[in-house]
Write a protein that binds this ligand. Structure first.
Ligand code: SIN
Ligand code: CO
Length: 391
């Protein structure tokens, strides 16, 4: 499939205009965003994935044993046979990790950082199927890949918006419809965080949701402080060598609180530590068990490459980098990091920005020991895989 250029994907506006006027601000409907879309997965193939143990899947029935009944996968073939004719949706999470053609869709969004993209969820709905009016806390591009779905958008929501009393699903009690459209295959709807939306299948249909990763403030604080605390010695403690005699021994005075503030502020002002934590956190894989350490090829790597092999990014791996200064860069690979000389920037960019690298792209680096070691380390860790080029 030919991926659309950004101007087509965004309906004629440039990425800069999209980011300025819509991203995280207001919804945008784009007709024929993917004009050459080949549905990357058939309904049967999606159902097949939902039978697998390691794949996260759910079925929502508009009216099952209870209203909005949620069933969790993995499912059996019999589970599908007993579903009604209409009014249910199958949702499969992170399909991009299992189907390269689905992962490829995300490359059309390369005007956004890859580490912001979380996963591609795909839903299949029987006519009338819906997961109810709801809002998400992250941006989402809803790409219609098969059949037609009616999308309604509504009000701005937040943590205070009233929800139905449901044990598992966050369905809005009220939905103030503002606009609605019927999406055809290739059409796409961008929805910013917090905007109520409600999709209802017109016919049997499929939707690919490209969702984004945005850590909550609570997650940032919790995980960053956890990361920092691993590097702090037990001897680094609250200290008050400047203390004066207490007027009231049970009172906690302002000076004590200011001493604490200085400790906390000093720790969060460490930009290098924050960047290291952030890169690790944003590249944490959803399924770490799918990134397994590997044996290096028996022959030399460049011989393997010359024999028609190339390097594929493990679909479960997440890679990103940060140029720290003129001398160093940090490479983040699936929740871990290493410090590299800045001279390796071109090979790091090559590895991070490509899903597949053939022999020609790599052989220019074979006499650079540091670059070659890096590739071997990523192979050994399982972030890169040696693959025949079957593109
Ligand atoms: C769906 O595909 O049915 C739901 C996707 C979403 O609303 O985020
Ligand atoms: Co949603």
């Amino acid at each position: 499939m030919t991926l659309p250029q950004p101007a087509v994907l965004l309906g004629g506006i440039s990425p800069d205009v999209f980011l300025r006027d819509y991203w995280q601000k207001k919804p945008l409907l784009i007709r024929r965003a993917f004009p050459d879309l080949d549905n990357p997965l058939s309904p049967d193939e999606l159902a097949g994935l939902a039978l697998e143990e390691e794949v996260e899947s759910r079925i929502v029935l508009t009216q099952g044993v209870t209203p909005w009944e949620l069933r969790r996968g993995p499912f059996s073939e019999d589970d599908f046979k007993t579903l009604p004719e209409r009014d249910w949706t199958l949702l499969v999470q992170a399909v991009d990790q299992f189907v390269p053609e689905v992962a490829e869709l995300t490359r059309a969004f390369s005007f956004l950082p890859t580490w912001r993209i979380d996963d591609v969820m795909i839903s299949y709905a029987a006519p009338g199927g819906s997961v109810g009016p709801h809002f998400d806390n992250y941006d989402v591009f809803l790409l219609q890949s098969h059949g037609r779905r009616r999308w309604k958008i509504g009000q701005h929501c937040d943590d205070q918006s009233p929800l139905l009393d449901h044990p598992d699903l966050r369905i809005l009690r009220d939905f103030d419809e503002e606009q609605e459209w019927v999406l055809e295959p290739g059409d796409m709807l961008y929805i910013p965080p917090g905007i109520a939306h409600h999709g209802i299948a017109e016919d049997d249909c499929m939707t690919c949701s490209v969702g984004f990763r945005a850590p909550s403030h609570s997650e940032i604080l919790l995980h960053y402080t956890d990361f920092l605390s691993q590097h702090l010695g037990d001897g680094q403690r609250y200290s008050d060598s400047d203390m004066r005699a207490a007027n009231d021994p049970s009172a906690i005075d302002d000076q004590s609180i200011e001493r604490l503030q200085r400790i906390v502020l000093e720790l969060v002002q460490d930009k290098a530590a924050l960047a290291t934590w952030f890169g690790r956190h944003m590249t944490e894989p959803r399924y770490p068990e799918l990134i397994e350490p590997q044996e290096l090829p028996a022959g030399t790597l460049h011989e393997e490459l010359q024999n028609g092999y190339g390097l594929m990014r493990n679909p479960s791996s997440r890679l990103a980098y940060r140029l720290e200064n003129e001398e160093h860069l940090l490479l983040f690979a699936s929740g871990e990091h290493c410090v590299l000389p800045a001279t390796l920037l071109p090979i790091v960019q090559l590895v991070c920005n490509n899903d597949y690298l053939d022999c020609e792209a790599l052989l220019g680096w074979k006499n650079n020991g540091e670059a070659w070691t890096l590739i071997e380390q990523l192979l050994a860790k399982g972030d890169l895989l040696l693959e025949g080029d079957d593109e």
